[in-house]
Design a protein around this ligand. Sequence first.
Ligand code: THU
Length: 157
Amino acid sequence: MKLELNVRVVPREEVGGAQRELLNAAFAALDHAYAPYSGFRVAAAVRLDSGEHFVGTNQENASYPVGICAERVALSTVQSVAPGAKVERMAIAYRPASGPASIPLAPCGMCRQAMVEQHARQKAAFEVVLAAEQGDVWVIADASSLLPLAFTPSDLR
Ligand code: THU
């Protein structure tokens, strides 16, 4: 049972090369977000154990609830293109309508549930790296720790 959330707060200049590379991919993808309604752009970049990178961005809709978050776009893309793939790390970048921010974005509850499913599917934890365009970077070693007492596949048994 996971009840503890450990967030490592890393000064930007001390972020490791692998994390930095994935964050850069996420920031580059912000231009591909489709957020005409909120103006809030989010991008998630994922690294697989194969070394491949995939990105997802938020995709909004005139019918607001139809919109989907960047994290779930990224995870769905991974499983559609490389079914059974193992995610090693996910980096999440964002830019609010008001311009560059300095506090990392914590993923929404629905995306946390999707991360828990990914963990269950690949039977291994994966890291999450959160960053705004300025300020400290937050590193969470186990994505599923973001959703304590989660509903998981084993609850269906
Ligand atoms: N959004 C994400 O893409 N990921 C999150 O974790 C939080 C919110 C998107 C959904 C919507 O398009 C916009 O940000 C504002 O909520």
